[in-house]
Design a protein around this ligand. Structure first.
Ligand SMILES: C[S@@+](CC[C@H](N)C(=O)[O-])C[C@H]1O[C@@H](n2cnc3c(N)ncnc32)[C@H](O)[C@@H]1O
Length: 213
């Protein structure tokens, strides 16, 4: 009996297709059901942060800038980005707004990338990137907190934000709000006709402890 050589080319094509498409499909729910490809270096993190929380989808730079403006960031501020990805929000806060910043990220590869980018941007002495679970990090130093996380993560963070931040501190979230905590400002960016281009930003200000909120 003669063995026929197996043609593996189809299998290889399917494997390649699966490897290429799986990360994109993982991003679909995070972009509101619209398949939006991340703008720069799209990756789903190697340590699979999807099992821990939100996947890595970077905030476009112009949206990051708007978030920092909405948070009234100045050189007096310490900006914490919870789930900081490649560090772009913290790096921009330092470079363009003169603030100090801390990025908290669970994925070690992203931490390394953020530290490299901070050095390249010349702000390594103003920023710090901590590899940690964002629910475990002490936020008492922060004056502005930025978020681009799943809604349930925002909701779980709410008591911690209220406990550890002080009156007048700001929280700015990209895309997702916080249940039963009305934002004091909501901003829509982009073309309403192109759903994938529309970004909603929410800002909360920690009230005075004497306020009824
Ligand atoms: C949607 S990305 C946002 C990245 C960045 N903040 C931005 O706006 O460009 C969410 C990030 O949160 C990180 N992340 C998810 N769960 C986390 C957790 N429990 N602790 C720390 N980082 C987490 C992911 O690895 C990912 O980089």
């Amino acid at each position: 009996m003669q063995f026929k050589p197996v043609d593996t080319s189809n299998f290889k094509m399917n494997l390649l297709r699966t490897l290429l498409l799986t990360p994109l499909l993982l991003l679909v729910p995070f972009t509101g059901g619209t398949l939006t490809v991340a703008q720069e270096s799209p990756t789903v993190s190697e340590t699979d942060s999807t099992t821990k929380g939100a996947p890595y989808v970077p905030t476009p730079h112009h949206v990051a800038r708007k978030m920092l403006q909405l948070g009234n960031v100045t050189s007096n501020d310490v900006v914490y980005d919870l789930g900081s990805g490649d560090g772009r929000i913290v790096i921009m806060a330092a470079k363009e707004f003169g603030a100090r910043g801390v990025g908290v990220e669970i994925d070690s590869a992203l931490i390394q990338r953020a530290r490299r980018k901070a050095r390249e941007a010349g702000v390594a002495d103003q920023v710090e990137f901590r590899q940690a679970d964002l629910f475990e990090v002490d936020l008492r130093d922060a004056t502005v907190v930025t978020l681009y996380l799943w809604p349930d993560m925002n909701n779980r963070l709410r008591p911690k934000l209220r406990r550890e931040l002080s009156a007048g501190d700001r929280i700015v979230s990209h895309s997702f709000d916080i249940d039963e905590w009305p934002a004091d400002t909501t901003v829509s960016m982009g073309k309403a006709s192109v759903a994938a281009d529309t970004k909603t930003l929410f800002r909360w200000t920690i009230p005075d402890s004497t306020s009824s909120e």
